[in-house]
Design a protein around this ligand. Structure first.
Ligand code: GLY
Length: 300
């Protein structure tokens, strides 16, 4: 198979002044990762690597640069899934980690578990030798300012925040062996309740991968994405529809039945790319047929 890679960096009304950073961030993730796929690395390794790069980039709501919760803490969720075996690893409400998706990858091989939360996930991180950062190392000026603004907003309603930023990141890859994988990582929503977990670490919602159909990763309003299991819906749609149509139909359902906003990226088992969103803008990048990264801010 010709390898394929697509990544996203959130779906929302990305302001003009953030567009360059989003384009640069998603392009960098593909530029650094796609050559590894061409050299034979697995789809699973590729999605982990691409999401690691996006987690390091303060532009996005994942790893460094994540939103703060209502108590001023950063809590992170991540998922990784292997389309060859349907095996997955996930973590939620973890703190002080730059690369929660890599902890999710380790959870794929957990002794009797695949999905760990909070303190137990952090215990596992220590057992695996992950470096725990000072929380300040994940914090950016931009997010501190947003936190202060929302904290002082007496009219704040969480659902309203979703006309605001939604920079969850994700990647989907197809490797030389025809194996598909997906990974998704997020800091969740601004001023979320401590312990709130959205779609990102949930199989079928924030990501899904099955070699028999395709793979997908989602971004957007988690409570709505969960209602319609957006990524599983997009993969199911591949049974008869093109990748673009599969993504579009899934996003239609996100609005019609899920009553929410977001976007999804898809690769079919044949290596076709799909993407759709119902937000004003979505940032993504794929490797074209010559292996060149093609970053977009897609406008609805
Ligand atoms: N889509 C990320 C979240 O809602 O947590």
């Amino acid at each position: 198979m010709e390898p394929k890679l697509i990544v996203h960096g959130g779906a929302w009304d990305i302001p003009d002044e953030f567009v360059e950073d989003h384009l640069r961030g998603v392009e960098h993730a593909v530029a650094e990762t796609f050559p590894l796929l061409q050299q034979g690395c697995s789809a699973l390794d590729a999605v982990e690597k691409a999401v690691n790069l996006l987690e390091e980039d303060p532009t996005f709501d994942a790893g460094r640069g994540s939103f703060l919760n209502a108590e001023g803490d950063i809590e992170l969720d991540a998922l990784i899934m292997d389309g060859a075996t349907l095996d997955f690893g996930a973590v939620c409400a973890v703190r002080n980690l730059l690369h929660p998706v890599s902890l999710a990858r380790r959870a794929m091989h957990g002794d009797g578990f695949r999905f760990l939360a909070g303190q137990g996930a952090m215990q596992f991180a220590r057992e695996c030798g992950f470096q725990e950062l000072d929380p300040c190392e994940l914090l950016t000026e931009r997010e501190l300012a947003l936190y202060r603004r929302l904290r002082d907003d007496r009219d704040f309603q969480p659902i309203k925040a979703f006309s605001g930023p939604s920079d969850t990141v994700g990647a989907v890859a197809l490797d030389h062996d025809g194996n598909l994988a997906c990974a998704t990582s997020t800091g969740g929503t601004p001023r979320k309740h401590p312990g709130r977990v959205g779609d990102s670490p949930i199989v079928g919602a924030g990501g899904y991968a099955d070699n028999e159909f395709g793979a997908a990763s989602a971004t957007g309003y988690g409570e709505s994405i969960l209602r319609v299991l957006l990524c599983r819906t997009a993969c199911d749609n591949l049974n008869g529809a093109s990748a673009m149509d599969a993504a579009g139909l899934a996003v239609n359902r996100l609005l019609d039945r899920g009553k929410g906003y977001g976007g999804v990226i898809v690769i079919s088992r044949d290596g076709e790319y799909g993407y759709a969103h119902n937000t004003p803008r979505m940032a993504f990048c794929h490797a074209d047929e010559n292996g060149v990264p093609r970053p977009f801010i897609r406008i609805n």
